[in-house]
Design a protein around this ligand. Sequence first.
Ligand code: GDD
Ligand code: MN
Length: 383
Amino acid sequence: MLNEDVMSDVPIAAPAALRPDVTHGYELTLVIPTFKEEPNIRPLVAKLDAALKGVRWEVIFVDDDSSDGTADTIRAVAQDDPRVRVLQRIGRRGLSSACIEGVLASSSEFVAVMDADLQHDEAILPAMLEQVRSGAADISVGTRYAGGGSVGEWDESRAKMSRLATWLSHKVTGVELSDPMSGFFLLRRDAFNAVVRDLSGLGFKILLDILASNKGTMRVGEQPYQFRFRVAGESKLDTQALWDFFLLLVDKRFGKYVPARFVSFAMIGGAGVVVHFAVVTALFQGMGRNFALSQAIATTVAMVFNYTLNNVLTYRDRRRKGWGWLVGLFTFVAICSIGGAANVGVANYLFVQETNWVLSALAGILLGAVWNYAVSSVYTWRK
Ligand code: GDD
Ligand code: MN
């Protein structure tokens, strides 16, 4: 029971005289995702300090347990500079989710997201802040194409890929922007809060996620800059990141109806069907082997194929490695052997009933696939 007399005696905050001599909170929080960026931390904080004179800023690094000591270095810097903090996540990976959690861990009116590797030019931050603070835009995007911006020393194939992705995201999200792939932007917290529950948090295209979630109500401003060459560390965006990008677009478009993870699983399953048919055709038709045996071997090959691809693409964030990979394969095979048995059983039953052999195989595969997805999501790739 609350006793109002007692409650009114409880001091809600320390008396002003006892508080540290900070009269205002921070106005700008920089959220910087890091994965193996140790050598870039100190130079980056020094650059921020120089670029943001006159701004009450702080920086939150969101580190996914980098093995190179990134988080420890950030903590060491933070001991000398209270504007610096680290949010260390263990057993997690993901650029977008790191950014979201960093923003949610802060309280300032404006938040900016940028990379840790010094490729984004911090010198345009004051202009981005002004653009949003003045009300000219709700979000200001650092862009490598408009006006004086450039892709720096990008190689041609990467620049081509980026243009393709830009075109694709225009088509899917309807967002008109010269650089929707940018990982460098600043926005009002309330604009972020308005969409945070609609974000997919998948992959690495956090800006695209935000813009696609706000249904065209955010006013977007741009600030051109020169994309710098990465000096220390290496890029983490590999070809698997392309799959994440694809899944984000699928989720933004069809997420209401089917989870993106199921789409990924189903597409890999589709590829598994191709592998399956190649093996059945080779054994049954080509080498004249017994149909049940052909179907059983094809099922096994497809199972290993599906496990491997799903582990890399569908469950990238829960990926099994080393011994875990092998254990995962065994659980996957064990779980799916029930599905596999049903697969072979149903297919063979239908075949014996003189159903067309293609239809027999397909019915078996379908039954196995649904079982595989449902059970493996719970056991093999448990969160
Ligand atoms: N916490 C966390 N977790 N951080 C990550 C992860 C992760 O899984 N993966 C990458 N990062 C961090 C890196 O440490 C870096 O600070 C930033 O995210 C960008 O990663 P890079 O590996 O440097 O990406 P990039 O330079 O290839 O890609 C940049 O350009 C793309 C445009 O094509 C990024 O800005 C992308 O966001 C952008 O889409
Ligand atoms: Mn980079």
